[in-house]
Design a protein around this ligand. Structure first.
Ligand SMILES: NC(=O)c1ccc[n+]([C@@H]2O[C@H](COP(=O)([O-])OP(=O)(O)OC[C@H]3O[C@@H](n4cnc5c(N)ncnc54)[C@H](O)[C@@H]3O)[C@@H](O)[C@H]2O)c1
Length: 354
């Protein structure tokens, strides 16, 4: 169930049907978002707060154990509810912790980042990172509701807003070219901090909800949401815990350059589309130095990707705007070429003007 600010009274009814209400926050959502949530005055006075450290490096089993220990200590029973207030890290780990506690208690997601709103909080994928592999452990489990309050975005750092922007741009390739206007069309009013028009946020929420509702466990068309993710995820994983760590959206923004290159090679995509995206990338995202990255290690990470079968590495590619094709098996040598293409693009001093 998707709830916007006007529908928020429905959350009161959901909460009232539970014995105990637990709020999961990270240190930033606790600081910036809880005060906003408190003004809405719908949380039970006996709400129990669980605060976890912020950041992907904490999306792990130790943090899950901490959440479970807090639930046990505060006598959470099967009719308790966990409300996850935060970015994708909090909704992923909170959904997972709730889905395993006493074989599953109800949970609600209240996303506080742009990426959380348009992607992570919707669709029922929950989980944690394990042994250096992203989202290696997890379950599909649907929240009772997802609650959207756009005022949370006012405190979000620009880098995090841009991370969400990458996922909205992705919809321009897999759903409808119109989404690319999120950055380019000056007619739309922008968020103060970034070139994002709020009207696109709602459209992206609805696109994700519609695609995932028809394929709750990712057996088919839902896979199109992984456009840009095969190489994007590998880069995000590879750079995690280094000085050059990148956000999820930055990984996707980079991965889309390689995915478009491969789309030309495998599906005859018009080269102009790749050139157009490279310009969008340049206008919005940072020029990242990937020269030290080991392509062999990236391939190794990709082989662990849950979306593969029998050792093949599978990609989502596009034939045209809004025409994605999933499960395309790409030869390792072509993947290497597509990463080299991305690195050359980022190195091209003439193009970047430095
Ligand atoms: N389940 C899914 O379908 C799905 C889809 C995409 C991504 N993900 C996961 O989502 C995670 C990334 O999500 P994210 O980009 O939201 O990262 P995040 O949750 O780590 O949040 C980014 C940063 O913003 C801070 N923050 C959150 N809300 C804030 C606010 N309103 N004001 C100021 N600071 C705020 C957080 O504390 C954190 O430091 C990754 O773990 C990724 O794997 C899951």
């Amino acid at each position: 169930m998707i709830l916007y600010k006007n529908d928020i009274s429905q959350l009161s009814a959901i909460i009232a049907s539970h014995t105990k209400v637990f709020l999961l926050l990270d240190e930033n959502s606790n600081r910036y978002c809880l005060p906003i949530l408190n003004t809405i005055d719908l949380l039970k006075s006996n709400t129990i707060k669980i605060v976890i450290p912020a950041g992907e490096q904490h999306k792990n089993i130790e943090t899950v154990q901490y959440i479970w220990s807090q639930l046990v200590e505060n006598q959470a029973d099967r009719k308790s509810i966990l409300i996850n207030v935060g970015g994708g890290m909090v909704t992923d780990i909170g959904g997972f912790a709730a889905s395993c506690y006493q074989r599953g208690i109800d949970f609600v997601n209240v996303p506080t980042t742009l990426l959380g709103m348009i992607d992570a909080s919707i669709g029922g994928k929950t989980g944690i990172d394990f042994q250096g592999l992203k989202n290696q452990i997890g379950v599909f489990s649907q929240p009772l509701a997802v609650v959207f309050l756009f005022e949370f975005l006012e405190t979000l750092p620009k880098r995090e807003l841009l991370s969400g922007l990458a996922e909205i741009i992705k919809y321009g390739f897999i759903v409808n070219k119109e989404f690319l206007n999120v950055t380019l069309d000056p007619k739309h009013p922008r968020l103060p901090n970034a070139p994002i028009a709020p009207s696109f946020i709602k459209q992206a929420i609805e696109a994700k909800a519609q695609i995932t509702a028809n394929d709750t466990t990712e057996q088919g068309r839902r896979k199109i949401l992984n456009f840009g993710h095969t190489i994007g995820h590998a880069l995000e994983t590879y750079l995690l815990d280094t000085q050059k760590s990148i956000t999820h959206g930055e990984g996707v923004a980079l991965g889309m350059v390689s995915a478009l290159y491969l789309s030309e090679k495998y599906l005859n995509l018009d080269h102009q589309i790749t050139l157009y995206y490279k310009e969008i990338y340049k206008q919005n995202f940072n020029r990242i130095d990937l020269n030290d990255v080991s392509i062999e290690k990236l391939l190794e990470i990709m082989r662990h990707d849950k979306k593969n079968q029998s050792g093949d590495i599978r990609f989502v590619l596009i034939e045209d705007y809004g025409k994605p094709v999933y499960d395309v098996v790409v030869k390792p040598e072509d993947i290497v070429d597509s990463i080299t293409y991305l690195i050359d693009y980022l190195n091209d001093a003439n193009y970047w003007g430095k």
